[in-house]
Design a protein around this ligand. Structure first.
Ligand SMILES: C=CC1=C(C)c2cc3[nH]c(cc4nc(cc5[nH]c(cc1n2)c(C)c5CCC(=O)O)C(CCC(=O)O)=C4C)c(C)c3C=C
Ligand code: FES
Ligand SMILES: [Fe+2]
Length: 396
């Protein structure tokens, strides 16, 4: 607790730092927080689902533009009820703003040369959408921007889709004005950070806090069930990097915890009838219960704020199911939300990225072996073109 308030003070000190007169005149360095978003209010659920089912990078459908609105419409009442049950909407925008503003304040201290920094939000399926974010950046006169994925581990269906959208909207915006979008803003990308020590530490601290709520005699035998959103097997077999990156996060978190507890990585939230990566979280709880385990701690590991999958699926569905099975020791670890350790980690990741001078990671350049999506190739070439441009400027 004391350590948590010490870290909060670090964040507050950062916020008290005044921008210099020189910085005030400079356009900000944009740090664009990219994520899927969620409906902030229940009536926005239909539009959120409609955009989601229209996204061929996430769910490729035959006759997508005809079928997507039909599926979204059919699914809306069920999902609206879930958002009602968690308090009337998704908290993701609120948490992303808290995280982004805290990060930008710390970044002004960690990287004064590129200050002032401003956090922008670009959601894939909810407001503020990518195009709204780009318009705001344009109004602010932004010349340098970092596309900072808020998914710790890379999947082509999540971060890949957001980057494809950023490429498409930037080029469209540029074309509309009679010039190429990429000439206006110098972009670079933070595409994954699932084993960053600050992120690993922030998750580990939340696990330690939950373990403290168990009696000391059972604490070391609590089974840690790391739970991540599943992927269709078609995406896994295409060569998507997400399953191995989630596994790497889990290993790093377990090492940080001293490997004291037994654990498994399990997968949740599959949608539709096709084959998905397992074991499913709810089956794992039931299977371990049958083997005599009562104490299990669910750890959301692939999403950094609360959403329906933590607040509805884990808390209301699985924890209730566990109670019905007679289990008394099944709990969930808090999401990172406003953790000062996590906000500090975001600032450290961004500062290290800026200092590295790198535009894109080596890994971003490699398409999945089974990829047939032309947008992926164009997006990767577009972001890499900023590296080539920076190189030309150095050698000129
Ligand atoms: C890292 C997280 C996520 C991955 C990977 C992911 C892949 C993925 N998702 C779908 C289909 C749906 N996902 C839906 C909601 C949803 N997905 C994530 C995260 C990941 N998805 C979150 C956090 C949410 C919920 C948002 C919230 O506010 O809580 C939905 C909509 C809800 C529903 O209809 O059930 C769908 C559909 C696919 C097909 C996929 C991989 C290809
Ligand atoms: S699907 Fe992975 S690069 Fe296209
Ligand atoms: Fe999903």
């Amino acid at each position: 607790m004391a350590a948590r308030s010490a870290a909060t003070n670090i964040a507050k000190q950062g916020s008290r730092t005044l921008a210099t007169a020189a910085n005030a005149a400079k356009p900000p360095t944009a740090v664009v927080m990219m994520n899927m978003g969620g409906p902030s209010t229940v009536p926005e659920t239909g539009d959120f689902l409609s955009r989601l089912f229209h996204d061929g990078d996430l769910i490729p459908l035959p006759f997508q533009s005809t079928i997507a609105p039909l599926i979204a419409k059919r699914r809306t009442p069920k999902i609206e009820k879930q958002y009602e049950a968690i308090g009337g909407g998704s908290p993701i925008l609120r948490w992303t703003r808290v995280q982004g503003e805290g990060m930008a304040r710390l970044l002004d201290e960690l990287s004064p040369e590129t200050a002032p920094h401003k956090a922008y939000v670009a959601f894939r399926y909810a407001n503020p959408l990518t195009e709204t974010c780009l318009e705001e950046m344009k109004r602010d006169g932004v010349k340098r921007a970092i596309a900072f994925t808020q998914y710790p581990q890379y999947s082509c269906s999540t971060t890949g889709s957001s980057l494809n959208e950023m490429w498409k909207q930037s080029v469209d915006l540029g074309k509309g004005k009679g010039q190429e979008g990429q000439d206006e803003i110098q972009w670079s990308v933070i595409d994954r950070w699932g084993v960053h020590e600050g992120f690993v530490d922030a998750v580990a601290r939340n696990i330690e806090a939950s373990l403290q709520t168990y009696p000391p005699e059972v604490r070391d035998s609590v089974v840690l069930l790391f739970s991540a959103h599943s992927l269709p097997m078609s995406v896994v077999n295409r060569g998507d990097p997400y399953p191995s990156e989630v596994g790497a996060s889990v290993s790093a978190i377990m090492a940080r915890l001293g490997n004291r507890n037994p654990y498994r990585l399990v997968w949740q939230s599959q949608v539709g009838p096709s084959a998905w990566l397992g074991p499913q979280t709810s089956d794992a709880i039931k299977g371990l219960a049958k083997k005599g385990h009562n104490d299990m701690l669910l750890v959301p590991v692939a999403f950094t704020s609360d959403h329906i999958e933590t607040l509805f699926e884990l808390d209301l569905e699985y924890l209730e199911e566990a109670k019905e099975l007679g289990l008394t020791g099944v709990k969930r670890v808090e999401s990172l939300n406003d953790s000062p350790y996590f906000i500090r980690a975001l600032a450290d990741i961004a500062a290290a990225h800026i200092k590295s001078g790198k535009t894109v990671s080596a890994q971003l350049g490699l398409r999945c072996p089974g990829c047939t999506n032309e947008k992926c190739g164009k997006q990767k070439a577009w972001f890499k073109s900023f590296a080539d441009k920076a190189q030309q400027q150095v050698s000129a």
